[in-house]
Design a protein around this ligand. Structure first.
Ligand code: ATP
Ligand code: MG
Length: 420
């Protein structure tokens, strides 16, 4: 038994699993690049105030989920709980707003939230995120939605459904908020305790609550879309028109509001009901007020975060994960010390030419070397003993087909055989 265990709510992603992550991440990167998004990397921790301001004091994240610590100089730092505030900070700090607009950024990063661990919810988790700055147009909203959608399509997912909504701008929200407050005040006793508290701070969040009774009451609550000003309504119609034009299926769901304070106009989620209670694979929306909130000149933005654990779970669910072998192309099994040093050099020569190759590192018997080659999924095994060294000829055993191919010991010939 090990003396240590990983902290609650964290994950070990082991080689058998990480190859699948790499496969998915590779597709994600290619799609992001196809849409002209450039990768951004930012610190794992930021000053706490960034999240207080940029995520918002009434959110679950700021109220109870942040890993905050006091550094030795007395400053308060927080492990990043999400990416949008970090990217916005970086855009401002590095003056990216003065460059080519719109600015399209993406990240693959880990985030930290002190939540109750369960399937699809951990305390450290990974997201693919995008942020598009500098366009108020619905074309921008449609673009990020198309990017997310293209990833689900490329991965072959069928069970993921897109839901969109518009929560309007600051102007339309005033009337909507009071209509909501009035409605929920009349049903107060049916709300969960958390939502009773949300009535004053952020009544919109009640629409997003997962408790069955709140869900039930929310069904008949006033709808965001009935309160949109002309501008917001046109924007939302334009978005729908463009999604229709590109053949993207969606449903308008007025209960989608998103948890973060900074959203305006478009909000959306990609949902996969078949992976359990934590069914939101991707969530995003527009946040036109965020950059100003952080002290910059007004700069509109829209983006999303896609949870990689839920994405990979969705793929497992639909049996879409490929069999990926990580075994070496050639395993060289030496017999005796003279062969061992030839094998060691030969393996390195092969790797220099881009052929994955391994050899014995433990002075093991041929039997246990064969076991190792088999367990790790090596494609070919080349047995090298004194006889082979003297004759300059050896046998390449094809581990998958069982075929034996005679070869001389020249690198080129070996490469020719194992690359076929
Ligand atoms: P949820 O309603 O599931 O708590 P959220 O609104 O807090 O989601 P966002 O902050 O929008 O989520 O994050 C975007 C995506 O990141 C989510 O849709 C989900 O796929 C993923 N995600 C969020 N929190 C976690 C977590 N604790 N563990 C695993 N994935 C997560
Ligand atoms: Mg959450």
């Amino acid at each position: 038994m090990a003396n240590f265990q990983k902290p609650k709510g964290t994950l070990d992603i082991l080689p058998g699993e990480s190859v699948l992550w790499l496969y998915v991440e590779d597709i994600i990167k290619k799609q992001a690049e196809l849409f002209g998004f450039g990768q951004i990397r930012f610190p794992t921790f930021e000053v706490t105030e960034l999240f207080n301001r940029g995520v918002g004091g009434s959110t679950d994240i700021v109220q109870k989920e942040m890993y905050t610590f006091i550094d030795k100089d007395g400053s308060s730092l927080t492990l990043r709980p999400e990416g949008t505030a970090c990217v916005a900070r970086s855009v401002l700090e590095n003056g990216l707003y003065a460059g080519a607009m719109p600015l399209k950024l993406y990240y693959l990063a880990n985030f930290f939230r002190r939540e109750r661990p369960q399937a699809g919810r951990s305390r450290e988790f990974w997201q693919f995120g995008t942020e598009l700055f500098g366009s108020e147009n619905a074309e921008a909203d449609a673009t990020v939605i198309l990017l997310a959608n293209s990833i689900f399509n490329k991965l072959g997912l069928k069970n993921v459904e897109l839901k969109i909504n518009s929560i309007g701008c600051v102007k339309c929200r005033v009337d909507f908020r009071s209509a909501l407050k009035e409605y929920f005040a009349n049903n107060r006793e049916l709300l969960c305790d958390t939502c009773k508290g949300r009535m004053d701070t952020n009544p919109l969040r009640i629409l997003d609550c997962k408790s069955p009774s709140c869900k039930e009451i929310s069904k008949d609550a006033p709808k965001t879309t009935d309160f949109l000003c002309e501008d917001c309504e046109t924007h939302f119609n334009k978005l729908k028109e463009m999604l229709n034009g590109c053949g993207v299926k969606y449903e308008v769901d007025t209960n989608i509001v998103r948890g973060l304070d900074y959203y305006s106009k478009t909000v959306f989620e990609f949902i996969n009901e078949s992976i359990g209670a934590q069914s939101t694979v991707c969530g995003g929306g527009r946040y036109d007020g965020l950059i100003e909130e952080l002290g910059g000149q007004p700069l509109p933005g829209v983006g999303f975060g896609m949870g990689l654990t839920r994405l990979i779970q969705s793929m497992k669910d639909e049996n879409l994960l490929p069999e990926i072998s990580t075994g070496a192309n050639v395993y060289i099994a030496p017999l005796g010390s003279r062969a061992a040093s030839v094998a060691f050099t030969l393996a390195e020569e092969l790797r220099k030419k881009g052929i994955s190759a391994e050899t014995d590192l433990c002075s093991r018997s041929i039997k246990s070397q064969m076991k190792y080659a088999d367990k790790t999924g090596a494609r070919f095994v080349l047995v090298l003993g004194d006889n082979e060294l003297d004759s300059g000829e050896a046998i390449l055993n094809n581990m998958q087909g069982g075929e034996k191919i005679k070869t001389d010991l020249s690198i080129d010939r070996i490469i020719e055989i194992v690359s076929a």
